[in-house]
Design a protein around this ligand. Structure first.
Ligand code: MG
Length: 355
């Protein structure tokens, strides 16, 4: 197996602000593997919230891949188990490997990945379109701009949450989800906000309180008129059992779990615990989004839209048609790299082949 790894710079169309901060760019790590004449693409989206950086992911991949090079890619599960042991909890590094292996594995069978996994693309739920924290009139403008979507998701946890919701509701009555990103620090405040949001027709609330506050979250769950979904409270590799007390559902992201295989296991476990499952994303290109999209038909809720925020997408993937990701019948992940000007790619490029 040969491989190359690169840091991929992603520029956003507009600054994206959540409760923790704001940015108009992100970096992911793109992995290309090649074996037996077949190429597999993967992407890992490191998130500083979980102690990850693009540099850490690069280092982890550079040290892990030589140990994996002699393993048989056809034995996907054994290969990924070995990869999991190598990345030592850097889950977005495992995400990059997992996606590249799945792309390669399905292309070897000349079939789209969803077919290889036995997933029916026709059961794909609609995806939400996310709007970051912004001035109320800008939130309303972005809602109108997202005309092709059935569901909107608004980031909260600012000092003007109600103004944003009111501005949006003045122009739009579509289903609305909200994500506080741990931004409400007090359970009484969170309950008051959730009760008010329920009266505005909001349908669910993601991560209302700081991740580790399970006692307060369980208190909130008993009183909340809206379903509560865990995101930051479910970091990669974490157990799902404690979530059932404190949440109604969980946001499963490939970057947190380490790719498709661990995400499928987490989804199965969550459902067994009675939790609803959302499949979500970090800021990723169409490569990372495609990985999640192939298993998204198994989810109750889908939030896979970050490739749509990019000024230039380094991959061409699956389009959103009438509010749903429409999985194309291309083999593998179904993504094709798009050549970009030098300023958009790299920063640092690494080309390593078999020793
Ligand atoms: Mg979230």
């Amino acid at each position: 197996m040969d491989w190359t790894i690169r840091i991929q710079h992603l520029t956003l169309k507009r600054p994206f602000r959540i409760a923790r901060g704001s940015s108009d760019w992100r970096q992911t790590v793109v992995l290309r593997i090649e074996s037996k004449g077949v190429v597999g693409w993967g992407e890992g989206a490191p998130n500083p919230r979980y102690g990850e950086s693009p540099q850490l992911v690069m280092e982890k991949l550079e040290s892990a891949l030589p140990h994996l090079a002699s393993l048989n890619l056809e034995e996907r599960e054994a290969f990924l188990e070995a990869a999991g042991a190598q990345v030592e909890g850097v889950w977005s590094a495992l995400q990059a490997v997992d996606l590249a292996v799945h792309d390669w594995w399905a292309k070897r069978q000349c079939r789209p990945l969803y077919r290889c996994l036995g997933v029916d693309p026709l059961t794909m739920p609609p995806t939400s379109m996310t709007i970051g924290i912004d001035q109320p009139q800008e939130v309303a403008r972005q809602a109108m701009e997202a005309a092709g979507f059935y569901i909107l998701k608004l980031k909260l946890g600012s000092d003007h949450d109600r103004e944003m919701v009111q501005a949006l509701r003045a122009v739009d009555r579509r289903p609305l989800w909200v994500d506080a990103n741990e931004g409400w620090d007090d359970r009484e405040l969170a309950l008051r906000e959730i009760e008010w949001l329920a009266r505005q027709g909001v349908e669910m609330v993601e991560q209302p309180l700081p991740a580790a506050r399970f006692e307060d979250l369980a208190w909130l769950k008993q009183r909340s008129p809206l379903p509560l979904f865990a995101d930051e409270s479910f970091p990669g590799g974490g157990a799902l059992e404690p979530l059932a007390e404190a949440f109604h559902g969980v946001n499963v992201k490939l970057a947190k779990c380490g790719g498709i295989l661990p995400a499928l296991r987490a989804m199965e476990r969550a459902k067994a615990l009675g939790l609803k499952v959302m499949v979500g994303c970090m800021v990723e290109s169409s490569c990372g989004i495609a990985g999640a999209a192939h298993i998204a038909p198994l989810a109750d809720l889908v939030d896979l839209d970050s490739n749509l925020y990019l000024t230039r997408d380094p991959f061409c993937g699956h389009p959103v048609v009438e509010g749903r990701i429409s999985l194309t019948p291309l083999p593998g992940l179904g993504v094709v790299p798009v050549p970009l000007p030098d300023s958009d790619s790299a920063g640092r490029r690494s080309a390593i082949t078999d020793p």
